[in-house]
Design a protein around this ligand. Structure first.
Ligand SMILES: NC(=O)c1ccc[n+]([C@@H]2O[C@H](COP(=O)([O-])OP(=O)(O)OC[C@H]3O[C@@H](n4cnc5c(N)ncnc54)[C@H](OP(=O)(O)O)[C@@H]3O)[C@@H](O)[C@H]2O)c1
Length: 321
């Protein structure tokens, strides 16, 4: 089969002829038609991820065909029995296990789900990892309620955009941040009330004056910007954090956290129940993932470069020939 191979850290990706996977018991072979990138794939290629093993076929997101059906894949493997957190055996499809950037992938049968009928293969491939991460952070962890006010940082990101689409569909009012005025304009066109540029010095004060306080904040940046979030929160607010793009947080005030009774919820991916609930919500509200660009499999290095430079608005998809 044709597959994208990451030969080693900091090496270019190659499209190679690779032996088809042989499924173990309880696994099935899915013929992938489209796959999508996540920042995880870029971090792995750059050596910035725990426990990297190469060579590997990357890719956590895929949609295609199995058993005569159009399907997509839940990339969470071996979550374990505790719904509060994944167990020690937890893995994400696409390293160490070979992933979806290939014509065939072997996955547990229970991780295969029917593709929402209103989505193309490209749109469905965009959904799984980012969709379940957004779902768990927003609903399972932060318990978002209709009518609440939500702030989502870095709206160009794949997870952030799903969080916005889900929050809007749930009847929340959404504000966003981005490093790009163009991306803020695209987000408002999709239903966000307004946004601020996190590169501007007083973005937090601007946001406070335009929006007042927030009930839920969804962040993947961390860093010093995170320390400004509690002051933007209403009493009893919940902050969901699922990424750490900007590194460690300096200057976080404990007083604001305890006085306003703010909860900070770390969130990672989602279990089978989160995934099923997310899919049901996407079907019910006919949510269509925002696709930035579709690349042919052969242009995979261009796709990685686009994500590395944060040029995207929405998901970057690979068409698997
Ligand atoms: N815990 C989990 O389960 C999980 C799952 C998925 C992702 N993640 C992590 O979450 C992060 C985002 O992942 P992704 O796949 O959505 O990546 P992505 O699509 O590449 O999005 C990254 C976004 O981060 C935003 N950003 C950069 N600097 C920022 C800053 N100073 N303040 C606020 N936002 C900033 C940018 O937004 P603009 O383009 O709008 O400026 C960029 O588009 C990564 O660190 C990833 O590892 C974690």
């Amino acid at each position: 089969m044709k597959a994208v191979l990451l030969p080693g850290i900091n090496e270019s990706l190659q499209v190679v002829d690779h032996p088809e996977p042989r499924p173990d018991e309880g696994f099935a072979l899915v013929r992938i038609r489209a796959a999508a990138l996540n920042h995880r794939d870029v971090y792995i290629a750059q050596g910035q991820y725990a426990g990297i093993s190469t060579p590997v076929i990357p890719g956590s997101d895929g949609a295609g065909e199995w058993d005569g059906r159009r399907v997509l894949i839940d990339p969470s493997l071996n979550w374990g029995s505790d719904p509060r957190a994944q167990g020690a055996q937890y893995r994400i499809l696409g390293m160490p296990d070979n992933g979806t950037f290939a014509q065939w992938v072997s996955v547990p049968v229970e991780n295969i789900h029917d593709c929402p009928a209103h989505l193309s293969f490209e749109q469905a491939a965009a959904l799984p990892l980012a969709g379940v991460t957004a779902w768990r952070a927003l609903f399972t962890r932060c318990n978002l309620q209709k009518g609440e006010k939500v702030f989502i940082t870095g709206i160009g990101g794949g997870v952030a955009l799903f969080a916005m689409q889900f929050a809007l569909a749930a009847g929340a009012e959404v504000y966003v941040s981005s490093g790009s005025a163009e991306k803020i304009a695209k987000a408002t066109a999709l239903g966000a009330t307004a946004g601020v540029n996190y590169r501007e010095e007083n973005w937090d004060k601007t946001l406070r004056s335009m929006a007042g306080g927030f009930d839920v904040v969804i962040d993947s940046a961390g860093g010093d910007g995170f320390a400004k979030l509690p002051a933007l929160c209403n009493s009893g607010a919940r902050i969901g954090i699922y990424g750490g793009t900007m590194g460690k947080v300096n200057g976080l005030s404990p007083q604001i956290l305890f006085w306003k009774q703010i909860s900070i919820h770390g969130s990672t991916m989602g279990n089978a129940a989160d995934f099923a609930a997310m899919l049901q919500f996407v079907n019910q509200h006919r949510i269509i993932p925002v696709i930035d660009r579709v690349f042919e499999m052969e242009a995979v290095n261009d796709a990685y470069a686009r994500m590395h430079h944060s040029e995207q608005f929405g998901k970057i998809v690979l068409r698997i020939s």
